[in-house]
Design a protein around this ligand. Sequence first.
Ligand code: OGA
Ligand code: ZN
Ligand code: ZN
Length: 388
Amino acid sequence: VTMTSSTPTMPAPATANTIEVLSDRVAVGWSDGSSDGFHHIWLRDNCGCAECRHVFVGERLSDPASIALDIAPSSVVGGDSVQIVWPGGHRSTFSSNWLRMHAYGPSASARRTSVFHYWTAAEVQTPPQMHFDDVMASDESLLEWLRLLRRFGFTIVKGVPTEPGTVTQLAQRIGNLRNSNFGLIWEVESMPKPESLAYTSVKLTAHTDLVSRESQPGLQFLHCLVNEASGGESILVDGFSVAEELKRQGPEHHATLSRVNASFRYQNDFTDVQASFPVVRLDHNNEYYEVRYSNALLAPLQCDPHDVGPFYAVYHYFSQILRDPKWEYSFRLEAGDCEVFDNRRVLHGRQEFDPQTGARHLQGCYVDTDDFLSRLRVLERTQDFRIR
Ligand code: OGA
Ligand code: ZN
Ligand code: ZN
């Protein structure tokens, strides 16, 4: 992500059992049976010795053009680390863990995507859940929470004090708040002069937030302070699961949805933000990058005329699958619950509620994906980051 393919987190450790020096790369066979190839030029360029990287800050000092494009090692030895001697005597040592974490072939991307679990509603009837006191008090619980968030794309945090503003403490346990025209923290309640459909009592069909921004916020927090109104049940849908379902049912539809730009727009007296991106974005490895979907903020389509028909066909189809109970997890947020989700993967919504029957008040905020993954990587570090 989003946050998908370009974000190594710690794989299971393994030893470099076999080393084979090929014409352009070194093939490493790992103790778990998988293998990865590392090009000679890539290995030399990523040398971590004190000459090539500053020993304190870890940033690169080397001059890329000084390395011959056809460089090849004089000798390579495997084990817990891979040790290379280059012509002229320069030496590089890579820990096997470091190599596994930075591998770039097909087996590496399979290892990376295995951290995601794309779910159906039935699979999350008992949702991934944490307690506020635990995640605030201990780094072990924080890490457990972040891993659940990454795996399922959402969690429910229980026992969040209903003191207004507490949601920002929870979010800042992970990283900086992401600002927008709605402010660092925003109130979700039925208002007389709403600036968004969210601030009324109408049903919100499953959507992602801030679709009209170039970058959609990563983590979204919705903390329930009061929920005494009838109706207003919450909805979460795994957008990547739904995209996979679409791919199974109609691969040509899937291709259209990930190719044609939809346009989105949000306007108020002071703001007019617009963005055009596909509803399902793939990365360069064809892995899911993000979902961007809010029917409320869809703007007039500005695509190639040939794509108008196919776009609407798949847009209708996708909208239909989204509300299929097979994919839509429906539950009620109680006071003290905070739903936290990857806004670029998991869509959220709510049923209509009746403000005459009681108050409903949530507070929300965002943290960008960068900050979320940074926190996760730092907590997963097993050694000083300057040492390989
Ligand atoms: C929002 C939103 C859902 C809810 O504020 O972005 O989608 O449960 N709210 O009110
Ligand atoms: Zn070096
Ligand atoms: Zn929303």
